[in-house]
Design a protein around this ligand. Structure first.
Ligand code: PLP
Length: 385
C-alpha cells in the first residue's frame, strides 16, 4: 500500500510520555503531570450552562463556515475591550481549534514549496503542518543566550539565505514562555510589510502572562493574520474551538477552504463559547493559580539542581537546560518518570538541534501537584540541596 511521503513527519513525543505515564497510573502509582500543556480546570461555569441549554434547545446542526454571528461579534468586541483595537466581525473566522487556523492560513497564503520561518525551539506542530502541506519550514534559532527572543536581524538573515514567504511568531511562546515587547513586535511587523512576508501571529497564550499583557499583532499591522483559541486562557481544550482574524483580502480564500475542509466549526462549542466572555473573574482565578505555580517552581526547582532557565513571561511552561546532567533529554524524562513519578516533556519535541539538552515543565496543573513534584525532585539529581 502506498503511504504518502508528505505523511512522514515526526510524532509528538509528549504523547509517548503521556502513554508511559498512563501505564504507571494503571499500575496504581500516582504520576504528577507536568508534561501536558492544558489547564486542569474545566470550562467556565457559564460556558457549561450555555452548553447544557443548547443541548436541550438547539438542533446542533451545521453553522455557516465562518462561525455563528453572535460569537464573531463577541470576539470583535473582545479586541476592543482587551486591546483597544477595532476589528470588524466580518474579519473574524471561527475555527476548529487554533490547529485548524494554521491549516487554513497556510493554505490560503502559501503554495507548495513556499518558505515559512518559525522559531526553534517552537511548538512542534508548526513545522509538521508546514511539512505535510509541502511547505518549507525555515528554522530560526532563538537560543537561551538571547532569552529565546526573535529579532529582525535574524529574520533578515533567514530571508537572505533563500527568501521568505511567511513568518509565524508566538508571544508568549511555547515552550519558553518568552514574550515580545510591543516595540519588538512592531519592528517585526514593519520588516514583514516592507519585505512582503506574510506575518502570522499565534496568540493562543494571550491572557496568561506575569507582568505586562501581551500585545496583539493587529495593533501594529492590518495585514497580520492572527490565530487564537479557546483552549488555554478560556480552559476549553477539548471543545476544539479557536478563531482567526484574517486580512480583508484573504477572507474569501479562507472561507472557500474552510467550507470544503470543515463545513463548519463545532456548533455546540460555538454556542457555549459566547458565554466565555462573561467569565472574567473565574478565568483570572486560573491565571492566579498559574502565577502561584510559576513562583513555586522558580523557587523550588533550583533547590533540586534544575537552575538553568529564563523565568517565563507568559504561558504556563518553564523550559530548563538540563545539559549539566544529560545530553539525552528523552532518557532524562524517562528516568525522571520512572524514579520520581514526575512526567515532563523532553526538549526534542520543540527543538531538533538543541532539544536534547532541555526539558519543558508545564505548570498548568494544580498548585498541590507542583509542590509534590518539587518535593519528589529534591534529592533526585546528584547536586541538589
Ligand atoms: C503555541 C500553540 N499553538 C497552538 C496550539 C494548539 O491548540 P488548539 O488547537 O487546542 O487551539 C498549542 C497547543 O498546545 C500551542 O501550544
Amino acid at each position: 500500500m502506498k503511504i504518502s511521503k508528505r505523511s512522514d513527519i515526526s510524532p509528538f513525543i509528549v504523547m509517548d510520555v503521556m502513554a508511559a505515564a498512563a501505564a504507571r497510573e494503571a499500575a496504581g502509582e500516582r504520576v504528577l503531570h507536568l508534561e501536558v500543556g492544558q489547564p486542569a480546570t474545566p470550562a467556565p461555569r457559564a460556558v457549561l450552562a450555555a452548553a447544557e441549554q443548547a443541548l436541550r434547545e438547539d438542533r446542533i446542526g451545521y453553522t455557516v463556515a465562518l462561525g455563528i454571528p453572535e460569537l464573531r461579534e463577541r470576539l470583535a468586541h473582545y479586541y476592543q475591550t482587551q486591546y483597544g483595537v477595532c476589528i470588524s466581525p466580518e474579519r473574524i473566522v471561527v475555527t476548529t481549534g487554533s490547529s485548524a487556523g494554521f491549516l487554513l492560513s497556510f493554505l490560503a497564503h502559501f503554495d507548495a514549496g513556499d518558505r515559512v520561518a518559525i522559531c526553534d525551539p517552537g511548538y512542534p506542530a508548526y513545522r509538521n503542518i508546514l511539512k505535510v502541506l509541502n511547505l518549507e519550514p525555515v528554522l530560526i534559532p532563538c537560543r537561551a543566550e538571547s532569552d529565546f527572543r526573535l529579532t529582525v536581524p535574524q529574520i533578515a538573515q533567514a530571508a537572505k539565505d533563500g527568501g521568505l514567504d511567511g513568518l509565524l511568531i508566538a508571544s508568549p511562546a511555547n515552550p519558553t514562555g518568552a514574550m515580545l515587547s510591543p516595540d519588538e513586535l512592531r519592528a517585526i511587523a514593519d520588516y514583514c510589510a516592507t519585505q512582503n512576508i506574510t506575518l502570522i501571529s499565534d496568540e493562543i497564550y494571550h491572557g496568561i502572562s506575569y507582568g505586562k499583557a501581551a500585545q496583539t499583532a493587529l495593533a501594529v499591522s492590518d495585514d497580520a493574520v492572527v490565530i487564537n483559541s479557546f483552549s488555554k486562557y478560556f480552559s476549553m481544550t477539548g471543545w476544539r474551538l479557536g478563531w482567526m482574524v484574517v486580512p480583508q483580502a484573504a477572507l474569501r480564500a479562507v472561507e472557500r477552504i474552510a467550507q470544503n475542509l470543515f463545513i463548519s466549526p463545532p456548533t455546540l462549542s460555538q454556542l457555549a463559547a459566547v458565554a466565555a466572555f462573561d467569565c472574567e473573574a473565574e478565568l483570572q482565578e486560573n491565571v492566579a493559580v498559574y502565577a502561584r505555580n510559576r513562583g513555586l517552581l522558580l523557587r523550588e526547582l533550583p533547590k533540586a539542581g534544575i537552575d538553568r532557565f529564563a523565568p517565563p513571561d507568559g504561558a504556563f511552561y518553564l523550559y530548563a537546560d538540563v545539559s549539566r546532567f544529560t545530553d539525552d533529554s528523552v532518557r532524562f524524562c524517562q528516568d525522571m518518570l520512572l524514579q520520581t513519578g514526575v512526567a515532563a516533556t523532553p526538549g526534542t519535541d520543540f527543538d531538533v538541534v538543541e532539544g536534547h539538552k532541555f526539558v519543558r515543565f508545564s505548570f498548568a496543573g494544580a498548585t498541590e501537584v507542583m509542590a509534590e513534584a518539587a518535593k519528589r525532585l529534591a534529592g533526585w539529581l546528584p547536586d541538589s540541596t
